[in-house]
Design a protein around this ligand. Sequence first.
Ligand SMILES: [Zn+2]
Length: 74
Amino acid sequence: MNRLLNENKTLKDCLICSSSSEEGIHLLDLFICSNCEGELVDVDVGDPQYSMYVRKLRRVRDSLNVNKTGEVPK
Ligand SMILES: [Zn+2]
């Protein structure tokens, strides 16, 4: 699951589209490629894709919570 030993290239699998890319944003051990990052910013709340993004990003939030020990979201 972890690809921490990727030394040659910093290719990471995008959380949203699962494609490997070097450019994008890193959220802890998660990664969102610049493509999806752009779409994320553009997507409308009423867009069907929005709920998909939200669901995927929930994983980011979850790992953020995991790293903040003792802090339980209300
Ligand atoms: Zn992507």
